[in-house]
Design a protein around this ligand. Sequence first.
Ligand code: GLU
Length: 427
Amino acid sequence: MSSNHVIPSYLDHSHLGPWGVYLEQIDRVTPYLGHLSRWVETLKRPKRILIVDVPIERDDGTVAHFEGYRVQHNLSRGPGKGGVRFHQDVTLSEVMALSAWMTVKNAAVNVPYGGAKGGIRVDPKTLSKGELQRMTRRYTSEIGIIIGPNKDIPAPDVNTNEQTMAWMMDTYSMNVGGTATGVVTGKPISLGGSLGRREATGRGVYVVGCEAAIKRGMEIKGSRIAVQGFGNVGGTAARLFAEAGAKVVAVQDHVATVYSEGGLDVPALLAHVEANGSVAGFAAEAVLTSEQFWGVNCDILIPAALEQQINAGNAHRIRAKIILEGANGPTTPEADDILHDKGVLIVPDVIANAGGVTVSYFEWVQDFSSFFWSEDEINQRLTRIMREAFNSIWHVAEEHKTSFRTAAFIVACTRVLQAREVRGLYP
Ligand code: GLU
């Protein structure tokens, strides 16, 4: 890592994790930012970090404390926007990186938001529904001082969903004494949620996958797909690719890896996961070790789980021609280089999974105007935005002869820093 990285003193410098990956990505884009590089320091430090204690009363009468975060990385282009994650491995460095990737993502697809992210360090599977509700509500109250429909708008992420958003919206609304639907997105339809939001991230992955296949002269029909992570993103993307005639040959989740040479029955696998919480136990042709997954013979690989899954340790074994980053930060910079040298086309997270926040933007606009669009209209607008972003970034990559990731960062960071520059410093 180069010496001009600015690492906040409150982070453990030996374990930067995803934040270190993000800083490296910023170093790689800096030479392409021209006079705007004067402002690049802005991108290397979050604007605002809130760490909150989240105490709840457990069902057995004891009191448990959880660590909660909300990080607003950048607000130059608009209010903060980004999900809330419940996971036992959540750390400040991770939430910082995720908030920064939201800044880049929102600018890459040109939705008028800054970047933010939140999380609670908890394994939600260890909580009852009542405990989960109390934790979500207390967390919302604690971060209530910095969120709001015009300030920072949370949404679902890993292990959070429409119900989580309903509790957050209700808690915020009760606290401010009015109904504030626009404070979160990814809400239930009955509460001002948007049609198409639930599957938007997976749909966006599918749309950019089709564009990438065109660039590589590849047919989706008959192509072989491997998916890591079978939650909302991986599951929806797998279903859409299968519906288009692709063979989803391997699926890995946090428990097991299932494989079928001729293609897994995706609807049956989705039903199995719905009933059992994992792909484990599905009647597949073969069960692979988690290591074998990375060497599977496939055309398209979709990491749709957590960060740093594709790294120097497994990148050499990957046989895919295209990688679609459904997850945030799944590929380390070392793996980026290895795969680039192998000629693999990586469609980076900040474009590949931007469908979710794009429809979040539609939801927020619909809430403000109290006028709701049809699902067709939403999917059409989503597809158009994703295609346009993909192709304009593709041109930048060709023009500067950079990776697709660096090109996405050139487009996005230029937008953010132009806003930064023209706003000027206050006071
Ligand atoms: N959590 C999603 C993401 O990582 C969606 C964020 C949003 O809709 O605000 O992009």
